[in-house]
Design a protein around this ligand. Sequence first.
Ligand code: PMV
Ligand code: MG
Length: 359
Amino acid sequence: MITEQAPGKLYIAGEYAVLEQDCPAILVAINQFIRVSIMESNSTTGLIHSKQYSQSSIHWVRHGARMVIDNRDNPFEYILSAISYTERFCIEQGIKMKVYDLHINSDLDSADGKKYGLGSSAAVTVATVKAILRFYDVPFSNELVYKLSAISHYSVQGNGSAGDIAASVYGGWIAYQTFNKNWLKKELIHKSLTTILNEAWPGLKIQLLTPPQGMQLLIGWSHKPASTSLLVDETNANKAALNGEYKCFLKSSRKCVLEMIAGFEQNDIQLIQHKIRENRKLLQHFAKINQIAIEIPRLSKLINIAESFGGAAKTSGAGNGDCGIVITDSKTDFTGLKTKWQQNGIMPLDFRVHQVNFI
Ligand code: PMV
Ligand code: MG
């Protein structure tokens, strides 16, 4: 039996803007994993099984007389897409296909089935791609896994930046800029996967960051799961109407995150904290002009408590629930902060940053 794992992620800064090219975000990989185990089947039928995903709920919308299922929050869609693209790549290498059983086990879902929002769809895609490649004995690099996972994930979700995929593949702290999605769409029509995977992807930039010594990351969970794809649908639909204001948001977010990256390069915790607070304000404004809720009251509480202990805090990811993050230093009263969070219905998540070997 072969087992591969991939970590979950959290956005630190640059959310929403990172959906556009040339707009950086900072992400971190978290030591919570999805594990995919694979073994050759001893019959002609294979099995795909996951304990955590067996009771997954589905979203749907009405299109006149039709009920249209939104499968983007269904992990099985990502697993099947990852299998399909990875096998296609293997077939292009002349490999003979086999029948196998695949078992998925996830840390990224709480005991009662609620998601922390640590990017389980990205992690399950990455872990599946790696498991299939290993099963067929195909050597792989981080870049190959990122690209195969990004194609697989994008073909299901259709609207993400794939920053979560990059964090899950590369680990640690990264600065990330997305690729040109129209370019990829066109390439997929007439080129082999092997050719596309060997090409340089326009716009894509993944840079490993080293956090300043003594910098601490705290994570709080709002107890409310949120759907990234539905929020991104809404903001995408508003882009044209917001035009100038949207461009202004992109420009400010880009500047803010680039300065935050400089904070990493200069070992300057205070500069990073300053930019976290600035990015929070930019996201609050972005939510207002889009008439969506990013920083819900529970997340404001999480942030305000962290700020009262000297931390710089903001929502993480698409918001409307999930997690908030805090950047602070080792002098902070962590026990006091976490107790105050718990008294206010926020769950401290005692996770660490996960490093991956660079290959
Ligand atoms: O809520 P999360 O952790 O999945 O983050 C979403 C971040 C967005 O920028 C809003 C979307 C994306 O795909 O980058
Ligand atoms: Mg989220």
